[in-house]
Design a protein around this ligand. Structure first.
Ligand code: 8YV
Length: 319
């Protein structure tokens, strides 16, 4: 709740936030809307030394350049679990705390992954387009692929990956996963070798963080390993997939289909992706429910308040 002694603390909001979060911050802090500044460079030159916090999101990020212009920055408080768009190394080297919003979005992101699995294999979006195009009376919609019994390969069995696995298991899928190390206390089939997991899987779901370590992890060679009956589902980051290679694979039957909540270069959508019937495309909405977004906003707020009014105690620092 608003606390009088934060009114003089200058915070920079990088891009538009969830309205309830933005209102709370603007009511309690000396907040600047960075994205509305006519001359951001001039503003930073004049005011950068006052800014003590950046508020951002996984989408807006915080660049090394921006951090470099804020000599008294103490924290970066981000809305979203992924922080690949934030220069965390630069922040860390400066002793700037970075927080994200893990855990509270796991269920909704996993629900979306499961929805993409069901939609891709059962061709639901394609079938809906078929009905709306008036084609039903002329001919039956073609048969789809059964979900139960199929082998799901989870790339990245973190909290979200695990929530996906639990859902998929309830639909009768057989679960296997790849992590750098096997996860303690989990008895899903583990593959130390990603290629071996892909060859084993009918459906591959990507639940790894974005960033350099996973850049184009799924390339043309690995799509070929997934094979002509295989499906790819991505709720992670567009950068994890070599997108031109994926387009080629979908156009040429190298894989059977895909379901994507994220794209490289989003929100731009290449025309060749739009033309594909064997692709379910979502506009990065996996965490996008009222309940989850409010929980994410509350966590950003608690982190911010914890830092400035709670003796620098934040709930979810990026380690
Ligand atoms: C958010 C996300 O929509 O949490 C993440 O990493 O990608 C999504 O939940 C995003 O952070 C908001 O920009």
């Amino acid at each position: 709740m608003p606390s009088a002694n934060t009114q003089d603390i200058s915070v920079l909001i990088v891009g538009a936030l969830l309205p309830s979060l933005q209102q709370a911050i603007e009511a309690s802090y000396d907040a600047t809307r960075y994205w509305e500044l006519d001359e951001p460079q001039a503003w930073l030159a004049a005011n950068g030394n006052r800014v003590r916090a950046i508020i951002t999101s996984g989408g807006w990020g915080a660049s090394a350049d921006l951090i470099g212009q804020l000599p008294n920055l103490e924290g970066i408080f981000s809305f979203g679990v992924g922080y690949d768009s934030i220069a965390v190394d630069v922040a860390r080297a400066r002793g700037v705390v970075v927080t994200n919003t893990p855990n509270v979005l796991d269920e909704c992101v996993a629900d979306t992954a499961m929805a993409l699995i069901l939609d891709s294999l059962r061709r639901l979006s394609e079938a809906e387009r078929y009905v709306r195009a008036g084609k039903w009376a002329a001919a039956r919609f073609p048969l789809a692929t059964k979900v139960g019994g199929k082998r799901l390969g989870v790339v990245g069995l973190g909290n979200i990956g695990r929530a996906i696995a639990i859902r998929a298991q309830a639909f009768g899928m057989q679960i296997a996963y790849h992590n750098r190390n096997p996860r303690a206390g989990i008895d899903y089939l583990y593959f130390a070798d990603l290629d071996a997991l892909i060859e084993h899987s009918d459906v591959l779901v990507l639940a790894v963080p974005g960033g350099k370590a996973t850049d184009k992890l799924i390339d043309a060679r690995r799509l070929a390993l997934l094979g002509g009956k295989g499906y790819l589902v991505n709720i992670a980051r567009g950068s994890v997939v070599d997108q031109p290679a994926l387009i080629h694979a979908l156009e040429n039957g190298v894989i059977a289909g895909a379901g994507l909540d994220v794209l490289d270069g989003e929100p731009q959508v290449p025309d060749r992706l739009l033309a594909l019937e064997n692709l379910v495309l979502l506009p990065h909405l996996a965490s996008g429910t009222v309940e989850t977004r409010e929980a994410m906003g509350a966590l950003v707020w608690d982190n911010l308040q914890g830092w400035f009014t709670g003796n620098k105690r934040v709930l979810t620092p990026v380690e």
